[in-house]
Design a protein around this ligand. Structure first.
Ligand code: ADP
Ligand code: MG
Length: 712
């Protein structure tokens, strides 16, 4: 436990202002510690891109090293985000070659700061890099500040980096994100210029990610192989109580959880993460944390730090943090609401309706472009939020459905309807004011209340909330995709409008055209209902039920054209990512299948045999003693019947799994796992869960749902 949490136990006051960002080599720290000219060079690179000279990098490295050593650091690492979805680090100490007399000076050079060469052969590359060419490069990303991570290895200086192959292909989640942000900035600038904004020099995406998670007791979790190996329960009958009383959501936070949250906040604040909200979520043992939104690139890094910190601090409290999308069947899973907006560097949020008609026209154009983007690339957006665990949520009648649609709120939806039907807006719902005269597009104030929690992509006043993302996943891909598809729509709109003779007329026509063409993407109803699935099919909206079915969307002509046009992915980068996703899926399901087989073999079958043996003894003894053995013998029949079923399903799963793991890696194997292995796993789970409900609890070999979710 940190010193600070000890001080909390003593009720000492914590100076959050003093604490905040303490472990960050922020602009403020750089301004203090670097010569002015160097600082200015850094600021320029952050704002406008480019590279630092080696001489400058040497000066920065020295200052960074001194700062880190003052904080107790002995090591540094290039901190990067390979395609595993989590982060990677390889620590180097500052130790250098001793002199003749054995004295050593701690050393850190510019070249070590700006570039690393980790052996990349063991990271997924999807064929982009043959293992004999193992070199990968990590390059310092100046737009995300270096920080010190305090773990059991001691304070370590972490330098956020991008990760590329020898030939420059992206092997990570950060590189394409940075490329997409550049594309978005360039195209969005063209839009604001059209409306007379000459001040803005760049446009950035802002992101706030709400993170859901479960907390269970560590000791209990360690008694379950499934939680250890797969992060979710593969067996387990629902507890008598679930989330039906809605008593957990926003409920009083228990002391043990509160102490955990307190420590998490402190650790995050030190890292400059603006931990802001915390509450209990819908399912028992489920919670949420959200920081204040910030620049997309930093938000992606910070979300990784949030996930890491949740896990690490949980361990210190004897807890285990489950980030899996569906740790428990029968109650809500966990997601990550990705709140996204676009803002110019002179402070204009393009998703905020303004005060003047001109600003509102711009807002409506941006909205029309986003409708076009989301409708055109609904498949890609859905793909960007898919991972193995999220298959249990999306389309599973909880959280958002697997079908992408947009929710605009009643008032804005009505504006769109009027524009589509009549080409103008003649009244505003809910008492907004209407100003006519300047254009046919009115002045209005948006009613920001969001009444639809089932929508996967909802407008919430001044931002869109993309609710499909899985809790364990990086938010890198969803934001890369959002930036890319919106950049494309902005680009096409700007091409037309820049060439128009009568701008007012052209912009009006374009808004009407886009909204008319893409209005099918708007949906305000219940996204969980079966009627919506039918309605969406009538509208021609894609319904992609699983991760493996989503992978193909990456390599369609439409996708390659989009990503290549804006230099975000090359065709081979997309193809390699698709390969990696297929492989990841097959591997993850294989681990789950093997874990189930192992648990069945070594724990469930033996436990049930012991219990049925005991029952048989009881039946015999009862009959011998002249008693009525009906209850015990009926139970014995049921138990042994289910035991046989379980054993058959176990054998079947083993056979099917072996066939799968012998297949060649790739698309076909992934589909095999989805279509053959997953159903065989479900067949094994059924008799096991039924047995759990009737077998004497003292025989059951591991903690149950009730033990895990209600006794934290
Ligand atoms: P809710 O659960 O009602 O959606 P929260 O407060 O839990 O609200 O989370 C909202 C998230 O959206 C926070 O991270 C917040 O900082 C972020 N956010 C607010 N405004 C914007 C914006 N303009 N752009 C991006 N994110 C935003
Ligand atoms: Mg939200």
């Amino acid at each position: 436990m940190s010193d600070l949490s000890k001080s909390f136990e003593n009720n000492e006051r914590i100076d959050v202002e003093e604490l905040f960002g303490n472990n960050v080599f922020s602009l403020g720290v750089m301004r203090e510690r670097l010569p002015e000219s160097v600082f200015t060079e850094i600021e320029t690179v952050i704002e406008h891109g480019g590279e630092l000279s080696l001489a400058t990098a040497d000066i920065v490295a020295r200052a960074m090293k001194e700062w880190a050593i003052e904080k107790g650091a002995t090591h540094y690492t290039h901190w990067f985000q390979p395609l595993t979805g989590i982060t990677a680090e390889k620590h180097d100490s500052f130790v250098s070659h001793p002199d003749r007399e054995g004295r050593m000076l701690m050393d850190f050079r510019g070249k070590e700061l700006i570039k690393g060469e980790p052996d990349a052969s063991s990271f997924p590359s999807g064929g982009l890099r043959a293992t004999f060419e193992a070199r990968g490069y990590t390059a310092w990303d100046l737009t995300s500040p270096a920080f010190i991570k305090e773990t059991a290895t001691g304070p370590t200086l972490c330098i956020p980096t991008a990760f590329c192959s020898y030939t420059g292909e992206a092997l990570d989640k950060k590189t394409p994100l940075l490329r997409s942000l550049e594309a978005l900035s360039t195209q969005a600038l063209r839009i604001v210029r059209l409306f007379g904004n000459t001040e803005a020099t760049s446009v950035n995406a802002s992101v706030g990610a709400e993170q859901e998670y479960f907390l269970v007791d560590q000791a209990k979790a360690l008694k379950r192989e499934d939680l250890i190996f797969t992060g979710r329960t593969l067996f387990g009958s629902p507890a008598p109580k679930g989330q039906e009383l809605d008593d957990h959501y926003f409920g009083v936070i228990r002391e043990r959880i509160g102490a955990f949250m307190h420590d998490v906040n402190i650790e995050l604040w030190k890292l400059g993460v603006t931990a802001k909200t915390q509450h209990n979520e819908a399912a028992p043992a489920q919670h949420e944390i959200a920081p204040i939104y910030e620049s997309a690139n930093i938000a992606v890094d910070h979300n990784q730090l949030v996930m890491e910190t949740l896990k690490r601090v949980a361990g210190k409290h004897g807890l285990r943090c489950l980030l899996h999308e569906k740790p428990f069947a029968g109650v809500n899973g966990s997601g990550k609401h990705n709140n996204w907006s676009i803002t110019t560097d002179n402070g204009i949020n393009l998703l905020e309706p303004g005060e003047s008609p001109n600003e509102n026209v711009q807002f409506l154009l941006v909205l029309a472009c986003i409708m076009k983007a989301v409708d055109t690339h609904a498949d890609l957006l859905r793909q960007s939020a898919s991972n193995v665990g999220n298959d249990h949520r999306l389309g599973g009648f909880e959280a958002p459905p697997a079908i992408i649609s947009m929710f605009l709120g009643e008032q804005l939806e009505d504006v769109v309807r009027q524009l589509v039907e009549t080409g103008k807006v003649s009244n505003i719902k809910e008492g907004g004011t209407l100003q006519t005269g300047v254009s046919t597009l009115p002045d209005f104030e948006i009613d920001a209340t969001d009444r639809n929690r089932t929508s996967p992509f909802a407008f919430t006043g001044n931002k869109f909330e993309f609710r499909m993302v899985g809790s364990e996943d990086s938010i890198g891909s969803p934001n890369t995709t959002l930036n890319a598809i919106v950049a494309e729509a902005f680009c096409e709109a700007a091409d037309r409008l820049e060439a128009a003779e009568d701008f007012d007329l052209a912009v009006h026509d374009l808004i009407k055209e886009y909204m008319t063409k893409h209005q099918r993407i708007i949906f305000n109803g219940d996204g969980y209902s079966p009627e919506w699935v039918e309605e969406a099919a009538r509208r021609g909206l894609p319904n992609i039920p699983s991760m493996v079915e989503a992978v193909g969307t990456l390599v369609t002509d439409k996708s390659i054209k989009l990503f290549e046009k804006f230099g975000i992915f090359t065709r081979s980068e997309l193809e390699s990512r698709a390969e990696i996703l297929y492989e990841t899926y097959a591997k993850a399901i294989n681990i789950e299948a093997l874990t189930m087989v192992d648990m069945a073999n070594k724990q469930l079958v033996p436990a049930v045999i012991r219990f049925s043996g005991k029952l048989a003894d009881t039946v015999n003894a009862t009959v011998a003693a002249g008693g009525d053995a009906t209850v015990a013998s009926d139970l014995l029949k049921r138990v042994t019947g289910l035991l046989t079923k379980m054993q058959e399903a176990r054998v079947n799963l083993s056979i099917i799994e072996k066939e799968g793991s012998a297949m060649e890696r790739g698309r076909q194997q992934a589909f095999y796992y989805r279509e053959k292995v997953v159903p065989a796993m479900e067949e094994l789970r059924k008799p096991a869960d039924e047995l759990e409900r009737i077998v004497d609890k003292s025989y059951w070999p591991f903690p149950t749902y009730a033990d895990l979710m209600f006794e934290v």
